[in-house]
Design a protein around this ligand. Structure first.
Ligand code: HSE
Length: 435
């Protein structure tokens, strides 16, 4: 029976999970494939590290070049993470005629142009299902199932750590710091949680979904990325009162002028909507296709076995294509002729906004604020005044606006900040009604 060799670069959490499935589920895989997959070599930095799963010692090496460029290993799985040496090794593997599976979102978001181009030039597979939303097979859905659709928009909860933190803040009133400490204790959040809580991890994933949806790979530096570190329990309480929950939502769409509207920020979503109900470490993606309508997928966004499941899907698909002599069937991004769409400035985005002012409780204050908003074309939908907040030395006034241009809103807030009656900085959270 044919055997297809697989080489693994990286034996961290996900790498161990992949090794475990290839070895322990060999029979199941053979039953499904009609041929066998063999773990031929595993490259690990530290051979004696303690791991959730230890592959046989004779498979281990510390030299990636035992795998990259090895003519006996047609499929290279990159699970090292980081930019280098991952970039160099992936490019080398493709140039050597090997097919590549990776889970490295930072690598593809940063060096995607070069890597996707190399895969096209060399006619090799470059699969990355595990790079976005863990176990959810969203890459395959966009590349294949929905391929005949004009994609209208993509929405996602793409980071499990932050979704867990926001869920605890919503349901149990925790502060950000307390919820983060708990996530670290549970092992969800890294010791340095910056990449997750400042939104970069989710932003990397959003660039990849955007490239698959519209054929244009944006740079994270070109769009608005805002994390969850400034959110306070008062925001969640006020959101609940207005019938909303707060999620770190990734959004991309193409506007009427063909510009890419892409952004990632804390977002108020109507309670009861599908996205609003995605809690804990779960991820979710909603794709709106012109022909398909709305497709909603949810599942585990991180973790050893859910992520390994996605990596295995790519390995199996590549092995099947190899076996039939037809790899690669679909270009890495699902587009043979990619395009470059201009990214719409965040200033031009039109949304409804939730504003939390802290003010001295005296006559004329509300009139001053609403006057400033009105003079910048911002119409108020709802206002609620809360009790005196001793922490901030004022009363809290929460305003929900109708849709407005972001530049006008920010200009109005800058003007309002000069009012003597404001006792603390005003907080702004964007509102999305669509999902
Ligand atoms: N740290 C990520 C998360 C998983 O919490 O979702 C890997 O991207």
């Amino acid at each position: 029976m044919t055997t297809i060799n697989v080489g693994l670069l990286g034996l961290g959490t996900v790498g161990s999970g992949v090794a475990k499935i290839i070895i322990e589920e060999a029979n199941l895989l053979t039953q499904k494939l009609g041929f066998s997959l063999k773990l031929a070599k595993v490259c690990a930095r530290n051979l004696s590290a303690s791991r959730a799963y230890n592959p046989p010692a004779d498979l281990l090496t510390t030299d990636p070049m035992d795998i990259v460029g090895n003519p006996d290993i047609p499929i290279v799985v990159e699970l090292m993470g980081g930019l280098e040496p991952a970039r160099t090794l992936v490019l080398k593997a493709l140039s050597s005629g090997q097919h590549v599976v990776t889970a490295n979102k930072a690598l593809l978001a940063t060096h995607g142009q070069e890597i996707f181009q190399k895969a096209l030039e060399t006619s090799r597979e470059l699969k990355f299902e595990a790079a976005v939303a863990g176990a959810i097979p969203i890459i395959r859905v966009l590349k294949e199932g929905l391929t005949a659709n004009r994609i209208q928009s993509v929405f996602g909860i793409l980071n499990g750590t932050t979704n867990h933190i926001l869920t605890r803040m919503t349901q149990d009133g925790l502060t950000f710091q307390a919820a983060l400490a708990e996530a670290q204790e549970f092992g969800y959040a890294e010791a340095d949680p910056t990449n997750d809580v400042e939104g970069f991890d989710a932003a990397h994933k959003l660039t990849l979904l955007t490239a698959l949806a519209y054929g244009s790979l944006p740079k994270v530096a070109d769009f608005h990325v805002e994390g969850i570190t400034k959110l306070e329990p008062e925001d969640f309480a006020a959101a609940a009162e207005f019938g909303y929950v707060i999620k770190l939502l990734a959004i991309s769409t193409v506007d009427q002028d063909g510009r890419l509207e892409i952004r990632l920020h804390p977002t108020m979503l109507p309670k009861g909507s599908l996205m609003a109900e995605v809690n804990g470490v779960m991820n979710a993606v909603m794709v709106r296709g012109e022909a398909s309508g709305d497709i909603f997928l949810s599942g585990a966004g991180a973790g050893m076995m859910p992520t390994a499941s996605a990596v295995m899907g790519d390995i199996v698909e590549t092995a099947r294509d190899l076996r039939s002599g037809s790899a690669p069937q679909v270009p890495a991004l699902g587009w043979r002729n990619a395009q470059t769409l201009a990214v719409k400035s965040q200033d031009d985005v039109r949304l409804a906004y939730f504003l939390r002012f802290t003010v001295i409780d005296k006559p004329g204050v509300l009139a001053a604020i609403s006057g400033i908003l009105g003079s910048h074309n911002i119409s108020i939908a709802r206002v609620v005044q809360k009790d005196h907040d001793p922490k901030r030395g004022g009363v809290v006034v929460v305003i929900l606006t109708h849709e407005a241009r972001e530049k006008d809103l920010l200009t109005a807030l800058a003007e309002a900040a000069k009012l003597d009656s404001l006792t603390a900085p005003t907080r702004l959270i964007r509102v999305e009604k669509l999902v």
